[in-house]
Design a protein. Structure first.
Length: 439
């Protein structure tokens, strides 16, 4: 090899081309790399935004043409890299181009249609992509895979095809991320924090536990709220009767009853034994899932259970007729007039925490929710949902109103439903002399 060839191999072509541009052009390209707008650069240089755009375009074209001339395979190598890994670090491109000039190679990347990786509003200036959705797709797959333990993180990232070396934990701490770490180091979904943490904790324990213990271990607000989530909204959990402890349905070693609730037990009894009288249904349900006869009686109003022509109970899918609840006695804290139904509630800790507030069954009867599970959504400044579930009727989504108006425990709250237009109005319900001094 001649001395000229050795000298040529050691030349930083990208750096030489970059520094061959005039200072103003380099300044514009650098500012654009940092995210400055054309208007901001124009104000700084005392020229119009259009002039800045022209200078930027000219500089990029010069840079692209010159680098492509001396490094003719670089563009193809970048495309292969993008196809292989999706997102890549600028250091790998500098190594490929044998340059230490990060500004020059970054401006070249922009001229080739690449852009900084950006996830949930957080920018990663050292990482580049051609398809801006590629990393977000990998992170979305990771979120769909949650929850999982902290020591599984690397394997899960690999399965989701997160690019090697990408600062994944920085991305997942962005405000728009749908996943976060719990106190144990496990990764859980923001939309299901308490349930996911409970799932991971039980997975590690591998034996049933009381809700109070689970709540204390995972830092849940209350055992009652956690139990409500596990019982009503999450099929991963089951309650062991008669102990009342919580377990995971996936466990094959469980002994005892593993129905999620009494309704599930009633349906299973009818599925196994066919039409039954109420005493027969009650006795067999209690044998399988220890509850009170009153609770079994509530379950016959499920949307899955009905009555046959001979007066026995069976499943609706086998031809039984749904059972409509007779009008209950209206409680004193509820009133009606035409299409308007009003309910007076006391603000308590459950309401302020965001839990559904239990109400008399007359409300759901009046609103036409005669079987469960069923619900109605009412629009308004603060939308409200009325639900009828196996555990009884409830009104939810009242916390936002309470917080906005500063309501505290001991205050009264009027919930006024207009059933004609499906709109709800909320009012502070304390008469003169509010215990918390509110107007």
């Amino acid at each position: 090899m001649t001395s000229d060839e050795t000298s040529q191999e050691n030349v930083d072509f990208v750096g030489a081309i970059w520094h061959g541009l005039d200072a103003r052009t380099r300044n514009i390209l650098e500012l654009r790399l940092l995210g400055f707008t054309l208007d901001e650069i124009g104000q700084d240089l005392l020229v119009t935004r259009e002039r800045v755009r022209q200078l930027e375009k000219k500089g990029r074209n010069l840079l692209k043409s010159a680098i492509s001339l001396v490094l003719p395979t670089l563009a193809a190598e970048l495309d292969r890299l993008a196809d292989d890994v999706g997102a890549f670090n600028i250091n790998s491109v500098q190594d490929t181009a044998e340059t230490k000039c990060s500004h020059g190679i970054a401006a070249f990347l922009q001229s080739m249609g690449y852009q900084h990786c950006q996830v949930w509003g957080r920018r990663f200036p050292d990482w580049w992509v051609k398809d801006p959705t590629i990393v977000l797709s990998s992170l979305s797959a990771l979120i769909e895979d949650a929850p999982f333990k902290g020591d599984e993180f690397a394997d899960r990232c690999s399965s989701a095809k997160v690019p090697a070396g990408f600062p994944i934990e920085d991305a997942l701490t962005a405000p728009g991320s749908g996943i976060l770490q719990d106190k144990s180091g496990g990764w859980i979904r923001r939309s299901s924090k308490s349930a996911d943490s409970a799932y991971l904790w039980l997975s590690e324990r591998v034996e049933p536990a009381e809700a109070e213990e689970i709540a204390a271990e995972i830092g849940a607000v209350s055992a009652r709220a956690l139990s409500e989530v596990m019982r009503r909204n999450d099929a991963r959990f089951t309650q062991i009767r008669p102990e009342g402890t919580w377990a995971l349905r996936e466990w094959s070693h469980l002994s005892g009853t593993t129905y999620r609730d009494a309704t599930e037990a009633v349906i299973d009894v009818l599925q196994d034994l066919g039409p039954l009288t109420l005493p027969q249904l009650t006795a067999e349900t209690i044998r399988r899932y220890p509850v009170t006869p009153w609770r079994v009686n509530q379950c016959i109003f499920s949307s899955d259970v009905g009555k046959t022509e001979d007066g026995t109970y069976d499943l609706i899918r086998r031809g039984a007729t749904p059972i409509l609840l007779q009008e209950p006695v209206k409680p004193e804290y509820m009133a009606e007039s035409g299409n308007t139904v009003a309910v007076k509630l006391s603000v308590n800790a459950e309401l302020l925490r965001g839990s559904g507030i239990g109400v008399n069954v007359w409300l759901t009867w009046k609103l036409g929710l005669h079987t469960y599970p069923s619900h109605l959504d009412f629009d308004g400044v603060t939308p409200v949902t009325v639900r009828r579930l196996s555990g009884g009727p409830s009104i939810s989504s009242l916390r936002t109103f309470a917080q906005e108006f500063g309501l505290q425990e001991g205050c009264s709250l009027f919930v006024i439903f207009n059933t004609n237009v499906m709109v709800v109005e909320l009012r502070h319900g304390c008469a003169a002399g509010c215990p918390n001094g509110l107007p």
